[in-house]
Design a protein around this ligand. Sequence first.
Ligand SMILES: [Zn+2]
Length: 146
Amino acid sequence: MGNIKERVAYLQGLTQGLNVNERSAEGKLLINIIDVLDDMAEEFNNIQMVQEDLETYVESMDDDLTDLEEEVYEDIASEELVEVQCPSCHETVSFESSLLESDDDLEVSCPHCGDIVYDSTLEIEVSDMGNGQVNSDFRYGIHPGI
Ligand SMILES: [Zn+2]
């Protein structure tokens, strides 16, 4: 856009150099046209500055979004899987370890035979009866996924 301003400035210089003035009808017209061009060049300049600000803003939003995406994907990747061997059919059943930390009652059933392989209500009963240690059968049955 600086180029347009330069070219308008050149035209303004030219009118003076060619001794164009408002005393003639053509001169008046030319001077007014160049005046309008000068205003337009100024407007273009303002629009360009606003657009550059917007571009910077959008870029920073894009960077923030990339950071957020990385954080979310890292969280998902760090999600540990727990593997349990089904007591009925001995197939390995995996589920997210975060389910174990959930306060809600949870039953995980075997996708192969439908038997319940993990029941959160049972675990709470067991630990309430004991001295806070995790039931040994529970530990035996659940291995963190590799
Ligand atoms: Zn099973």
